[in-house]
Design a protein around this ligand. Structure first.
Ligand SMILES: NC(=O)C1=CN([C@@H]2O[C@H](COP(=O)(O)OP(=O)(O)OC[C@H]3O[C@@H](n4cnc5c(N)ncnc54)[C@H](OP(=O)(O)O)[C@@H]3O)[C@@H](O)[C@H]2O)C=CC1
Ligand SMILES: N[C@@H](CC=O)C(=O)O
Ligand code: NA
Length: 818
């Protein structure tokens, strides 16, 4: 025997009911014994409450609601039943029944009162109507169905609205009734009766409870709860898009999940099933073939540690503290005794082992009452200053990871707090149930969705992560980065389980956001037509408000204003990746501050492409230092543009033309004067010095440039090119002088001890820099370990593809770390 239950929106409309009838026909055809419980049609219980409330207030509008109620059921009969005689009979029977309801409502209207007892009677019309109509439809469909009013078999006390079941008596009635009625019983959920035939109801989740009681009474093999969701999900799918169905869970896990607000079965309804060890399946009427979730006593210690993630939105945390609490027995008893006396339900409790404070979470509406109750109980101690006034913190939520297997696996809390920490989510209080079935963390309410997603990723999708990018600057590097992401996304998704979504985008004019991910096919047009003008403070505000897990800010500008926002951004626990050298080569204190904030917030501040573009220069230097090597000297050709220019000077072309080519090839800075002056190289050696641990500032780098006097005074980039053209002979002279000696020109940066310098050199064949070609960079590390032959990093050190790839790789690294 199986007990099936259909409720809520799955019995909302006639076409949904037809779907259910199909499911039941299959059951019948398969020869399975079953009985089926129905709740009222979707929304009907609420409307019954509303009409009786209006009637009790003397508002005759209740009549319209009643008419709609009656009409809705007649309509369902017309739509569902095709057999004329059966349809007439059913319609008539319903009219008779609804006439009683109408009189009842009129009675309420006259006496202006709807007591809980009357309300239960009013509400019973919902289930009585739905179950009756569906039983008739089943009959028409060839299933030998029979309507059963559960008031005949489920017996309770007289606690109207939430009656206590008399199990013995109910089980006996159920058994008797079913043994005498072999047809398929179609049962009203939610309703029951007390002595004297008074109608009672079973409270929240009542129809599930009816099913569970029937199953226990009949010693059924299984209970199937049919809803409009695919079983119990790993997290609330409205908040966690990637939530998926939990195939199996234990009764204890299901109860724990529902305590934390998951849409599972209401815990008391699970008890009869649990006592008789009857497995319970949660299934979806839209997807009848899908297995759904099985709740049973089967546990599997080998299985996943965490079964689901849930949360209670909006709680208040009350903290009782004071020196007078240490080592004094009975404090907890008095706190919770006073709360119980005030009828306040406690959601979660934590106490530090120092015993100086006890915190507990309650519904926000009970927070003030809780404060008063506890302060009254401790009035004596508070007056003497040994216990403090109760501190109340609001706007909090509780998130919890749930699973029986957590107790077998160490390291779960570590993973939990790492995931929260890396997303900048502060734990206000922590509690672990002593059964180790759940670990709960109180956090700021505004972080709840981010926390759920971060935890879901950490426990269920460690190989499935979404990175949320906020990209400012979509010029050469930014634009190339976007097309690389677009091309590589499928690979990352399939091979690395990583989804890269660009959720914010800006250039110097506009900004654009889409939390679901901007379409990388059309981002140019979308950005061009975006409504919002760029305002970085607003951009940062949006990042904060979206509060997405694994957020990364990418600055592809050469702008100092954008760089000035890094501090705020990192402080919001958002990682930063940038090829922009401004932040790392401006004031030393600022550079250090950014690194400290990133450390404090547990996020990344990364800028590998600041030196040698995509070449692994900064990471190599860090690896050397981290592994205990000592840097004695760094020497490098650090400008891709200058490398390209010097490599292409052969006396046949004017210097300005080669510079233009370097610009066109995307090697130069947006303003090529930054390259030609040597300033860009000076910035790079400064950054390397700082990474080595030397606190230098820009003015500490000695820079001797090679431009003719006055060139840097040019008022614009074009004016600068004009000067370069006019000075063609000067540059030619530089080249010929070197060439005469069999040498080539190189702009060389050196860091030795604490001294950093940059200058042009003519180098001969014996110098490693001699052989460079194209836009090559070469960085030579002389260290304690690499003393005889240095460690060398060499390759193209500028250009859109290599630089964007460097930023992209860095983004993936940040994503992998978070
Ligand atoms: N080229 C290379 O090989 C390498 C470059 N880099 C660095 O990469 C960075 C980008 O260079 P590149 O792509 O050539 O520069 P581009 O000039 O091509 O692009 C700069 C982008 O930044 C935007 N921008 C400028 N100012 C602002 C602002 N105030 N607010 C918002 N957006 C702004 C521009 O907007 P708009 O489109 O509206 O003009 C443009 O989209 C630079 O910092 C450079 O030093 C680092 C290593 C190598
Ligand atoms: N303009 C720079 C680009 C890399 O930082 C260069 O030429 O090296
Ligand atoms: Na690099």
């Amino acid at each position: 025997m199986k007990v099936l239950k259909f409720g809520g929106s799955s019995v909302g409309q006639p076409d949904r009911i037809r779907g259910i009838v199909e499911i039941l026909k299959k059951y019948y055809a398969s020869g399975d014994h079953f009985t089926v419980v129905f709740s009222a049609f979707g929304g009907v219980t609420d409307s019954l409450i509303e009409m009786s409330t209006l009637a009790a207030q003397g508002e005759d509008r209740y009549g319209q609601l009643f008419d709609a109620f009656a009409e809705r059921h007649q309509q369902a009969i017309t739509e569902l039943l095709t057999n004329d005689a059966l349809r007439r009979e059913t319609a008539q029977q319903m009219r008779r029944s609804h006439e009683v309801l109408k009189n009842l409502l009129y009675g309420i209207f006259l006496v202006r009162e709807a007591s809980p007892r009357t309300m239960d009677y009013v509400l019973s019309f919902g289930e009585r109507s739905s179950a009756y109509i569906i039983s008739q439809k089943l009959l028409e469909a060839g299933v030998p169905a029979e309507f059963l009013d559960a008031r005949r078999i489920i017996k309770t006390d007289k606690t109207f609205g939430n009656a206590k079941v008399n199990f013995e008596k109910s089980y006996q009635k159920i058994r008797e009734y079913y043994s005498e009625h072999p047809k398929v019983q179609v049962v009203t959920g939610f309703i029951s009766s007390a002595k004297g035939g008074l109608t009672t109801t079973l409270g929240r989740g009542g129809s599930d409870y009816t099913a569970s009681l029937l199953a226990a009474g009949l010693d059924a093999d299984a209970i199937e709860i049919w809803t409009d969701v695919s079983g119990v999900l790993t997290a609330d799918p409205r908040r966690v898009k990637k939530a998926f169905t939990i195939p199996k869970m234990t009764y204890a896990e299901a109860m724990e999940m529902s305590h934390f607000g998951a849409k599972v079965i209401y815990p008391p309804t699970l008890m009869p099933a649990l006592q008789k060890r009857i497995p319970l399946y949660i299934k979806n009427t839209f997807e009848p073939e899908f297995e759904g979730t099985k709740v049973s006593e089967e546990s599997n210690p080998e299985g996943a540690a965490v079964r689901g993630i849930s949360s209670i939105n909006n709680v208040a945390l009350c903290t009782v503290s004071g020196t007078g609490m240490f080592g004094v027995p009975g404090i907890a008893g008095r706190i919770f005794g006073s709360l119980a006396a005030a009828g306040i339900n406690v959601i979660l409790i934590t106490q530090g082992s120092s015993e100086h404070a006890i915190s507990f979470a309650v519904q926000p509406a009970s927070a003030d009452a809780a404060k008063v109750a506890v302060e009254d109980a401790f009035a004596f101690e508070i007056e003497r200053g040994v216990v403090n006034a109760v501190k109340v913190e609001r706007e909090l939520s509780v998130v919890a990871i749930i699973g029986e297997n957590m107790r077998y696996q160490p390291g779960i809390s570590g993973r939990l707090f790492r995931a929260l920490g890396q997303n900048g989510i502060n734990a206000v209080a922590i509690a672990q149930g002593s059964s180790e079935l759940n670990v709960s963390v109180v956090i700021a309410k505004e972080d709840e969705t981010k926390a759920l997603n971060a935890l879901h990723e950490a426990f269920f999708l460690s190989d499935h992560k979404t990175l949320h990018l906020f990209i400012v600057g979509v010029g050469l590097i930014g634009g190339t980065l976007l097309s690389q992401i677009k091309k590589q996304n499928e690979y990352l998704r399939e091979r690395r389980g990583m989804e890269v979504k660009v959720v914010g985008l800006a250039n110097s004019k506009k900004m654009l956001f889409d939390a679901e991910g901007i379409d990388l096919e059309n981002w140019r047009t979308a950005l061009q037509h975006a409504e919002t003008k760029i305002d970085l403070a607003v951009f940062v505000g949006r990042m904060r408000d979206l509060n997405l897990s694994n957020s990364i800010f990418v600055d592809n500008t050469a702008n100092s204003q954008i760089a000035s926002f890094y501090e705020t951004i990192l402080d919001e626990s958002i990682s930063v990746s940038t090829p922009n050298k401004i932040a790392t080569s401006s004031g030393y204190l600022q550079y250090q501050r950014l690194k400290n904030i990133a450390d404090k917030r547990g996020v990344q501040f990364r800028y590998e492409t600041n030196v040698g573009a995509g070449l692994p220069v900064i990471s190599t230097l860090r690896d050397l230092i981290d592994s205990g090597d000592r840097i004695n000297k760094i020497e490098g050709v650090l400008s891709g543009s200058l490398s390209f220019i010097f490599n292409n000077m052969d006396g046949s072309r004017p210097f300005a033309e080669i510079v233009r080519e370097a610009k066109e090839k995307g090697f130069t800075e947006p303003d090529p004067r930054t390259d030609l002056s040597g300033k860009d190289v000076a910035r790079k050696i400064l950054i390397l010095a700082r990474e080595t641990g030397i606190a230098l500032d820009a003015e500490d780098v000695s820079l001797s440039g090679f431009l003719p006097e006055g060139a840097m005074e040019a008022e614009s980039i074009e004016a600068f090119f004009t000067i370069l053209e006019e000075e063609a002979a000067y540059f030619d002279g530089l080249y010929r002088q070197a060439e005469k000696d069999g040498k080539v020109l190189r702009m060389v940066a050196t860091l030795e001890g604490e001294k950093a310098s940059v200058g042009i050199q003519s180098v001969g064949k014996d110098n490693p820099f001699y052989t460079l070609s194209g836009s090559d960079n070469m960085i030579v590390f002389y260290t304690d370990r690499y003393s005889v032959r240095p460690l060398v990093v060499r390759g193209p050190g500028a250009g859109a593809e290599v630089t964007a790839a460097g930023v992209f790789a860095e983004i993936i690294q940040i994503g992998t770390l978070s």
